[in-house]
Design a protein around this ligand. Sequence first.
Ligand code: FCB
Length: 443
Amino acid sequence: MSKQFPADFLWGCATASYQVEGAAHAEGKGESIWDRFSHTPGKVKNNDTGDVACDHYHKWAEDIALMQELGLKGYRFSLAWPRIIPTGRGEINQRGLDFYNRLVDGLLEAGITPFATLYHWDLPQALQDRGGWPSRDTAQAFAEYASVCYEALGDRLQNWITLNEPWVVADLGYREGIFAPGHQSVPETLAAAHHLHLASGWAVQAFRESGQAGKIGITLNLAPIQPLTDSEADAGAADRYDQWLNRWWLDPIFRGAYPEGIHALLEAQMPEVREGDMQVANTPLDFLGLNYYFRQMAEQAPREFLDVKVSYGSGPKTAFGWEIYPEGYYEMMTRLAREYGVEDLYLTENGAAYNDVIAADGEVHDPERIAYLQAHLEQVGRAIQDGVPVRGYFLWSLMDNFEWAAGFSMRFGIVYSDYPTLRRIPKDSAKWYAEVMARDGVG
Ligand code: FCB
């Protein structure tokens, strides 16, 4: 299948601060919840930490040169809140801001459009100590931090993303507890979710008030949820989980209300929702960011959250165990246009982990990643042809990096990170992607 993309399509790669920067204590940076979590034995595979990671904090110029060589048109990265405001609120760390000043200037000089995510999970630990996302104050602190960023960088940086995957922040951080801060409480989860909605809405309002030029959106991780069997019970389970993973985010943002079905089930555990909160969540955005990796199967399971147990589908898997299901990408893109009227969609993450090695010839051959990307980009092309307003695609990830609870064991990069030497080695997929970008198409 051959698919052509519009000539102004923004081809890029994505990374996130804690996953690539390293320099965990450099130049006044404060501690984040991921610093604390990764240094707590047993939380991250092999007790890996992001202390050094890819050392992008020092190698940023080399990394921009690499992006330029590959022909990236866009680069999505995140700003580390504790680098900029070490205790979350109050005093600004100019040296932290200067790092992002250098990065943004360097990208612009290289002709690469920067997209900055304000929050990709590295909450200042000081704010966690005061309650974290389950506390409403954190949302207010986020809007203040966002304003600092607009003021410092907004004259050059004109594409902003408030939050990365708030579902993950709330669910994996406060319910399942497999990500920082590692709590396991449904009321905390629901409070975190609500305050993430407020944080994003207030940050968008602050952006409008700043008078800065540019666009702002949010990035959600969304996926089709399918019933495991054709039983009515599993159909109900799939619907409830769809309301949690997808609609708990989409409905407040685009319709100003939580989905009624599971809201009724969760009501007794909900935080205070004040008058006007849902309008804040409903603040109009300039674009939506979609992260897509896999679909999920749902089955009725009493004693589980929402009486649902989810699992991966039965198709082939990546090294992470994530099912390869490119059709789901098309399904989500078309659903966003059809059901939510999304007019500008950026695909802010998509990619695959494989157990890459440096071969005898010194190269890294990753045909499976190329096949994964090719299949997913074909679905993107198909969605564009069917009228979905997709504006750009950011591949996850530019280089192998700290993959959260999986540490360095999962390699998502199109560039291989040789951690002992910090050398970057473009994989076969990087060369393949360079061609895709150069000719605006796959196939
Ligand atoms: C997403 C995260 C990103 C990366 C990929 C593999 O959920 O946003 O940081 O870890 O998964």
